[in-house]
Design a protein around this ligand. Structure first.
Ligand code: FES
Length: 124
């Protein structure tokens, strides 16, 4: 059986929303203690919705694909909805990740949460 689903390979080869936002409302920064990989998540918020989101991934194929899928799940969502996105949501949308690669999907979900928390803190 192939290690990665077609979906994972597609998002790895053609990552959606990769890069930075020049004037973001918040930047989430996370590192993966298991492998040392990193992710930066840029968000732009308008009327309580994620109007734009971009990700820089310094990591493996599963991390790149997870970041890409996470941006698709988060785009256009309200802050409250986006906060609920879990690593399992990201992995399920990718039609599964190998068990040894599940920790990679943490980066995407945690990076999004970190960006949202920073956004909410600054707004207060
Ligand atoms: Fe580091 Fe996947 S091995 S995020």
């Amino acid at each position: 059986m192939a290690l990665y689903s077609e979906k994972v390979l597609d998002h790895f080869r053609n990552p959606r929303n990769a890069g930075r936002i020049a004037d973001p409302d918040a930047i989430g920064e996370v590192g993966n203690p298991v492998c040392g990989d990193m992710m930066h998540v840029y968000i732009k918020v308008k009327e309580n919705r994620i109007e734009d989101i971009k990700v820089e991934t310094f990591g493996c194929a599963a991390a790149v694909a997870s970041a890409s899928m996470m941006t698709e799940l988060a785009m256009g969502k309200t802050i409250e909805e986006a906060k609920q996105i879990t690593r399992d949501d990201v992995a399920a949308a990718l039609e599964g990740l190998p068990p040894t690669k599940m920790h990679c999907s943490n980066l995407a979900a945690d990076g999004l949460k970190d960006a949202i928390e920073k956004y909410l803190k600054e707004k207060r």
